[in-house]
Design a protein around this ligand. Sequence first.
Ligand SMILES: Cc1ncc(COP(=O)(O)O)c(C=O)c1O
Length: 425
Amino acid sequence: MGMVENTIIKKSAEKGVLDINKIRKDFPVLNREVHGKKLVYLDNAATTQKPRAVIEALVDYYSNTNANVHRGLHTLAEEATSAFEETRSLTAGFIGAEEPAEIIYTRNATEAINLVAYSWGRKNIRKGDRIVLTEMEHHANLVPWIVLAKETGAELAYIPIDDNGCLDLDDLGNIITPNTKLVAFMQMSNVLGTINPAGEIIEKAHKRGAITLVDGAQSAPHMPVDVKSLDADFYAFSAHKMLGPTGVGFLYGKREILDRMEPFNTGGEMINEVRYDYADWNDLPHKFEAGTPNIADVIAFKPALEYLNNVGMDAVREHERELTEYALGKMLDLGFVKIFGPTDSAHRGGAISFIVDDIHSHDMATMLDTRGIAVRAGHHCAQPLMKRLGVSSTTRASFYIYNTREEIDEFIASLVEIRRYFSNV
Ligand SMILES: Cc1ncc(COP(=O)(O)O)c(C=O)c1O
């Protein structure tokens, strides 16, 4: 599996930052048709498509290596272990972690957050403590804390959103009280697209002595991230939302915090010594990785990261910012589309939630699908946010490095046709 040639960054402002035609050739699925139309994949906030290098890495691993990691003394086991650990090093570099051991493999971002809720939360959160979240959280960064608060008697408090879909930080000093133990928030909203000022929130939390967890499921794939300069204590994200395979997620944690935590799952691989009545724990990161991990998918995530590194995360962000600005402008020009979240592309990512008249989001998504356009419809795992916005669901279009202005034009033309169809019946 070769490195991707670094020729995909284009400097021409007129045509955009990236050479999209070249990028698109790397994604086999983009050639398929849906209902006789060329696929327009605008469901990237749910999961992204995979470049050929990732698909080939999976086939290559199962065809030529396939062995369990960290325990064998034969060649295949050594090769598998070293590839498995190479992904960890690359992931650490990608988000600016101090050392690879601060990266824990999980199944997804959800499991990474649950790991913190169980291992850190159950030891450190007591009755009367406060956990601060935001009104825009995904269920993944909501339900684990609701459960923990219920179990411990801790209270939950929420940073509100304003009518623009941005966090209202005016009262942050009062929301993060001296009894606040944890501030957990998303860096980029999967519904509103909002990019939250993570550094500012973390600084305020630390001043109160609280620990911070950043849900990076939507930010790590779409913008440069540096956990060290953010000073985040925990950072959770998923491989499948950033060109990688499903079944792999990551928890970054500062070593001094991870070292003091008890394991999440127990069993093989995570131990140092076991007797019939005793067990103690392996070093980081193995302490948190009980049992046989998802070796193949971890290994196949490496070419995904290499792909993103080659494009450059600044270029990824700039391409999506341009596309988002273009799409927002066109959608607002239609005059009948209600958009949720900021309409200034400088402060948001490429997830655009919207409704058209009283057309149900499921009808909208189904009609778009008949035109080959894949979007998401529903509550986007953010039921409390839907309530706050006064809707039961929205339709969401979301972009990635392979999306084009032409695809957005098709999407816009379809919105016009679908609205016409529904107003005629
Ligand atoms: C903001 C946010 N957090 C967490 C998650 C959960 O990610 P996963 O399902 O990969 O665990 C998602 C997935 O959509 C998300 O958008």
